[in-house]
Design a protein around this ligand. Structure first.
Ligand SMILES: [Zn+2]
Ligand SMILES: [Zn+2]
Length: 424
């Protein structure tokens, strides 16, 4: 029996990979320009990192984690998100002892056992960026500016930034009680999950997709009416700094984040690309996370972008697939060895060259070059080779010219650059 991939686990094939590489390359350029450094963290962590960091009463910890006991009896979990692991690494390596401020980003797969849907996977990829060690609202604005700049650089247009404040440990409990009181009268309208959430984590009801729950919560009090003066000042500053950076925003008091550790600033970016509305990404501040997983009180703010979702929104006209620059075609006799030598030389110079491995006829090599969408074919004929020359055929306009082989690298580099889309 043929072995297939696990449900919800997806292959990214070569035809798609150009988009992934483009997104990752752009993220690196933008984030490093903002002074962020890449960090690579393990995929597997102790389960309590997530149950304490993300919070027991969240969907992720309650029902979506890939948790198992390893051979030494330790409970381990495939990371469902990256922030808790990055915070763990910051504490474990005492990064704060060098400088309290750490600006970090990472790419990689996350794992959640959700119901598979179109475009949603159980292994999915995220780009994460975090600033640890800064309570000042400047950091909130900086992270948001970087995010918007990145999204524009990959080609998303019609973006809308929504922000909210979720309050802090002092003021959020008051709001939570208020919300509970408000919803208590309407509890019988709520779905089963939300009836449970009403006790454990009522803010999560805002995320429920069930129509009756949306209805029940539509008139609920707003969190921003309950935040303490310190949180209000913080929120006002965030707005001021966003304005200074030239960013406009919408206030969305219904936006809460699914994870327990968020405090104060929460944000989401919505794209209206192609007429439809898509939440691209979100993030926020989490000043309590470090206390949940360690001893230190360290503020943090950041965001996570789902790469699959982002890629589905990229403009279509960009060329991401890397076709061969040239196919080196031998035409019998001693020309195949010469084709091998030339292909090697081109590879060493960074020119994407393909050649025949099977001793096929010239006609069938031309067919293959066409199928691979090679831009040029270098046809090696015995007679031309004796004169140190070969025929270069442009597969686009079908023109041909004879060129000296000693200049082949320069000639091809020139031609490919002229197309304007390629750099070596
Ligand atoms: Zn507060
Ligand atoms: Zn519900």
């Amino acid at each position: 029996m043929e072995i297939k991939a696990i449900r919800g686990f997806n292959d990214v094939l070569p035809a798609e990979i150009g988009k992934w590489q483009f997104v990752e390359k752009t993220a690196r350029e933008v984030f490093e320009g903002f002074g962020f450094s890449e960090i690579r963290i393990p995929i597997l962590e102790r389960t309590e990192l997530f149950s304490r960091g993300i919070g027991e009463a969240t969907d992720i910890v309650e029902k979506e984690m890939y948790t198992f006991t390893d051979r030494s009896g330790t409970s381990l979990t495939l990371r469902p998100e990256a922030t808790a692991s990055m915070a763990r690494a910051y504490l474990e390596h005492k990064m704060y002892s060098f400088d309290p401020v750490a600006k970090l980003y990472c790419f990689g797969p996350m794992f959640r056992h959700e119901r598979p849907q179109k475009g949603r996977y159980r292994q999915f990829y995220q780009i994460d960026a975090e600033i640890f060690g800064v309570a000042n609202p400047i950091a909130d604005a900086e992270v948001i500016l970087m995010l918007i700049h990145f999204l524009k650089r990959v080609g998303l247009e019609n973006l809308e930034l929504e922000i909210n404040s979720l309050g802090c440990r002092e003021c959020r409990p008051r709001y939570r009680e208020e919300l509970k009181r408000f919803l208590a009268d309407r509890a019988f309208h709520l779905c089963q999950d939300c009836q449970r959430r009403l006790q454990s984590n009522p803010l999560r009801i805002f995320d429920c997709k069930v129509e009756a729950c949306k209805e029940a919560i539509s008139e609920a009090p707003k969190v921003t009416d309950f935040i303490c003066p310190e949180c209000q000042v913080h929120f006002d500053r965030v707005k001021e700094y966003l304005g200074m950076a030239g960013l406009s925003y919408l206030l969305n008091p219904r936006m809460v984040r699914g994870l327990d550790y968020y405090t104060r600033t929460a944000f989401e970016v919505v794209s209206y690309q192609l007429g439809s509305q898509n939440a691209v990404t979100g993030g926020g501040r989490y000043d309590n996370l470090f206390q949940e997983i360690g001893e230190l009180d360290i503020p943090g703010i950041g965001f996570a972008i789902g790469i699959e979702r982002l890629i589905s929104l990229l403009p279509g006209e960009k060329e991401f697939v890397k076709y061969p620059h040239v196919f080196v075609a031998a035409s019998g006799g001693g020309t195949q060895k010469r084709a091998y030598e030339l292909a090697n030389q081109l590879h060493l110079d960074g020119i994407r060259a393909e050649a025949d491995y099977e001793g096929k006829s010239l006609k069938s090599q031309m067919r293959r070059a066409d199928k691979l969408k090679a831009r040029y074919v270098l046809i090696l004929g015995e007679e031309e080779l004796n004169r140190g020359r070969a025929v270069l055929r442009n597969m686009g306009d079908k023109s041909q010219e004879e060129i000296p082989l000693q200049d082949i690298v320069d000639i091809l580099k020139d031609k490919v650059k002229q197309r304007g889309k390629e750099t070596f």
